[in-house]
Design a protein around this ligand. Structure first.
Ligand code: MN
Length: 335
């Protein structure tokens, strides 16, 4: 990164940190939240910033938009036991912090706090983030929202210890694919080194995040990969398949287990784009897209009403399966 842009990126960091420091000094009420169906980065960034602010003296409430169920793969994160329902937070807190949410819509019923809070701060790293909130700490080049939170904690003078580092490492490892994805920078490894130096059990964190699933996962995986379709003539090649929360339940699995399917499907050599349609309880499709590099799936997802990163994005569709995949084919053909 050129020095000039590094300096430009420091300004929102300092502004956000000074708003949070003032709030902490005044023992003000700070509400923090991340996107619906939070992943390791949303939860890790929210829980670690909340704990840091609590140590600095702020009155902190952490919540997530409904319908919220804590994924079992993440329920062990330090601080997760203190989450409160969205109905329990004040309607106009002194400060509201949104973490890892690419758009107000991703905050569900909590989006109203962007306007009703004394000050709203948006901390995010999605390329598709349009810019919202009063203070915008948004860096589309950051590999994870937790890296921005680590910068905030440093500015606030909060010492990274094992509980904080555990939350930060979970988000960092998840959003970089264990440091395999192209978003991994030299400073990503430097942060990882700082986190490991606190004494966290990174091997245990990785095992919980990536290598643990109920036996039923194998059955679901075989069904879903067995029905995958390869369409080499669409764009740079498309591989897609589908499942649903109901099908996950048939295998004894919570709906969150559907999230990992795309990580298997995207290994298909002949397709630049991998897609998994995940049928939700309300009948809609939650669509996951991954690119092997030639396709900007953030653009594709935005065109279809969603958002995300260049190589990992998603959107929702209320159309039936064939209509949903036909719309995706059209977008990929126009790439
Ligand atoms: Mn993220």
């Amino acid at each position: 990164m050129p020095l000039s842009s590094a300096r430009a990126a420091d300004a929102p960091l300092r502004t956000a940190a000074s708003v949070l420091a003032e709030a902490a000094d005044a023992r003000a009420t700070v509400v923090l939240s991340g996107h619906v169906q939070p992943d390791a980065d949303a939860l890790g960034s929210t829980l670690s910033l909340a704990e840091g602010l609590r140590r600095r003296g702020a009155r902190v409430l952490v919540t997530f938009p409904g319908p919220f169920t804590l994924p079992t793969s993440l329920g062990w994160l330090p601080g997760a036991e203190g989450l409160v329902p969205s109905t329990a937070v004040p309607s106009s807190p002194d400060v509201f912090v949104s973490l890892d949410a690419a758009s107000p819509a991703r905050l569900g019923e909590l989006a109203v706090l962007l306007d009703t809070a004394g000050t709203s701060i948006v901390v995010d790293h999605h390329a598709s983030n349009p810019g919202f909130g009063d203070v915008r700490l948004v860096d589309g080049g950051a590999p994870a929202t937790v890296t921005l939170v680590a910068g905030l904690l440093d500015e606030l003078g909060v010492t990274l210890d094992r509980p904080l580092a555990t939350c930060l490492y979970a988000g960092l490892a998840a959003d970089t694919g264990s440091f395999r994805f192209g978003n991994t920078r030299p400073e990503t490894h430097e942060l990882a080194a700082r986190l490991l130096a606190t004494g966290i059990d990174h091997s245990d964190i990785s095992r919980r995040l990536f290598d643990t699933a109920p036996f039923g996962w194998l059955g679901l995986l075989s069904v879903v990969t067995g029905r995958a379709v390869l369409e080499t003539e669409v764009g740079g090649g498309l591989v897609w398949t589908w499942s649903s929360t109901a099908e996950a339940a048939e295998h004894g699995l919570p709906g969150e287990q559907l999230e990992a399917l795309v990580d298997v499907v995207r290994s298909t050599q002949e397709a630049d784009v991998a897609c998994v349609l995940k049928g939700q309880d309300d009948g809609s499709w939650s669509v996951s897209l991954r690119s092997r590099g030639a396709t900007d799936v953030a653009r594709v997802a935005m065109a279809l009403g969603g958002g995300g990163h260049v190589l990992a994005a998603g959107y929702s569709s209320c159309a039936d399966r064939e209509t949903t995949i036909a719309a995706l084919r059209r977008e990929l053909a126009s790439e």
